[in-house]
Design a protein around this ligand. Structure first.
Ligand SMILES: Cc1ncc(COP(=O)(O)O)c(C=O)c1O
Length: 436
């Protein structure tokens, strides 16, 4: 048994599965250090990181500016005061309000799941309805409202008909069976299914990643996001863009500033604090007012001992300030490297007799082993060669490139990556693909 496997067995004695997130139970490896574009495992092996810890590392691991700002906070004896407000909450909220079109006010929590939880609570309070719509293949966190229908196999989802909602498949045990009364699932890019649900008058809101980024990269068809906006307006439901993954990857204004569709509420996390815990709920005054509604019966509770903690808030302030002040340089560099990677992958995989499709948005990319770019999860479930994808990823990891060994997951390039990193990575990928 290898050193790492033996170590991992010890972890399992004290932690279920040996690791504190089910999502990280995917690779028998123990990581101990990270800097810039690289991560190291407990045997000292270095990897060029394309996983970015499920996406937060936009500037790269342990960005000096972010770390220095946190250390300075510690030196200043900042703390969790547990009463009253702190300047860093206001500082962060002001930055995000100034940057994102759909955000008049913002609240700071600690994770993306908390942010989506509270956004849904506001949608219910504002509409006095209970049911929310989520997307097959979308991920909005671990809580009961949204823990349905992610990467279900083709046998389960093949009965899908355009215009109709999907059967609900929880991805956790322990969700109350009556939760199904309050959640509905549709396929992405199927506006008809959304309208058919809305016509019932039961829908409080839709929560949607504007690009589905938990099943690789599935982009909205022309007019889809505007269509969701129009339907929410028509049926007086709340549109929530879950920008936990899209937020700040492509623009300081979020993806909403690129697609020009303004949601009622937005949620952010991950890249907003470049790897430190921070979740954000932001939105229009009309909806954010529910957190401080003058009518107590309409007031939505937002609570959390660690909400607005200085470490996440200062990490967020420093990250957003960098994105604001050096945006052209940062997003220009990210896009250039993304495009270099895409061109390299196209050329490498073209030499192989398998169908493939590399989908990219800025610095994020996924290669699907299927003919056409997917429009929804069902396209992937039916056509993507997951065995090939997994074998490819595992070989890349062994060769020193960390592509998370889970099929159809996105890869992310950070600002710390260089052209040379991509050149070297493409050389390795070419070798691995030839051997596959
Ligand atoms: C789009 C999206 N929303 C919400 C979440 C939940 O965020 P967290 O894991 O910080 O709770 C995630 C996490 O992967 C996500 O990708």
């Amino acid at each position: 048994m290898s050193f790492i496997k033996k170590e991992f067995e010890k972890y399992k004695e004290v932690i279920p599965n040996g690791v504190c997130s089910s999502q990280r139970h995917n690779d028998p490896r123990i990581f101990v250090k990270a800097k810039g574009a690289y991560i190291w495992d407990s045997e000292g092996k270095q990897y060029t990181d394309y996983h970015a810890a499920f996406a937060p590392m936009l500037l790269g691991h342990n960005d000096n500016d972010v770390n220095d700002a946190i250390m300075e906070g510690i030196r200043q004896n900042y703390s969790l005061f547990g009463s009253g407000a702190s300047p860093w909450e206001e500082g962060f909220a002001r930055l995000i309000v100034e940057s994102v079109p759909g955000v008049d006010k913002a609240l700071l929590v600690n994770t993306g799941s908390e942010a989506t939880y509270f956004a849904i609570r506001v949608a219910r309070s504002a509409t006095k309805r209970d049911k929310i719509i989520i997307m097959q293949g979308g991920y909005n966190g671990w809580h009961n409202d949204v823990a349905f229908n992610l990467q279900d196999p083709w046998e389960k989802v093949s009965s899908y008909k355009k215009g109709e909602p999907m059967e609900l498949f929880p991805f956790s045990s322990g969700i109350p069976s009556n939760q199904k009364e309050n959640t509905a699932v549709v396929q992405y890019n199927d506006l008809e299914a959304v309208e058919n649900l809305m016509k019932t008058g039961e829908i409080a809101g839709i929560i949607c990643e504007p690009i589905l980024q938990n099943i690789g990269i599935v982009k909205p068809e022309e007019g889809y996001l505007q269509g969701l906006r129009d339907l929410c307006d028509k049926y007086e439901s709340v549109l929530i863009f879950d920008e936990v993954k899209t937020g700040f990857r492509y623009s300081i204004g979020g993806y909403q500033s690129i697609c020009n569709v303004v949601p009622d509420l937005s949620t952010f996390g991950k890249a907003v604090a470049n790897g430190y815990p921070l979740g954000v709920i932001g939105g229009k005054e009309e909806f954010m007012k529910y957190f401080s509604h003058s009518d107590k019966s309409k007031q939505v509770l937002v609570a959390g001992t660690f909400n607005g903690h200085f470490i996440g808030s200062i990490a967020g302030i420093t990250t957003l300030t960098k994105l604001r002040d050096q945006g052209d340089e940062i997003y220009g560099h990210l896009d250039k490297l993304g495009s270099q990677m895409e061109a390299g992958l196209e050329s490498i995989w073209s030499a192989k007799a398998v169908p493939f499709n590399t989908v990219r948005q800025g610095s994020v990319f996924t290669t699907y082993f299927m003919e056409n770019a997917p429009k929804r999860w069902n396209d992937i479930a039916k056509n993507h060669d997951t065995d090939l994808d997994l074998a490819y990823r595992k070989k890349l990891v062994n060769a020193g490139l960390y592509f998370v060994p889970m099929p159809a997951k996105q890869c992310s390039i950070s600002f710390a990556h260089t052209k040379k990193d991509i050149d070297n990575s493409l050389e390795i990928i070419e070798r691995v693909v030839k051997e596959l």
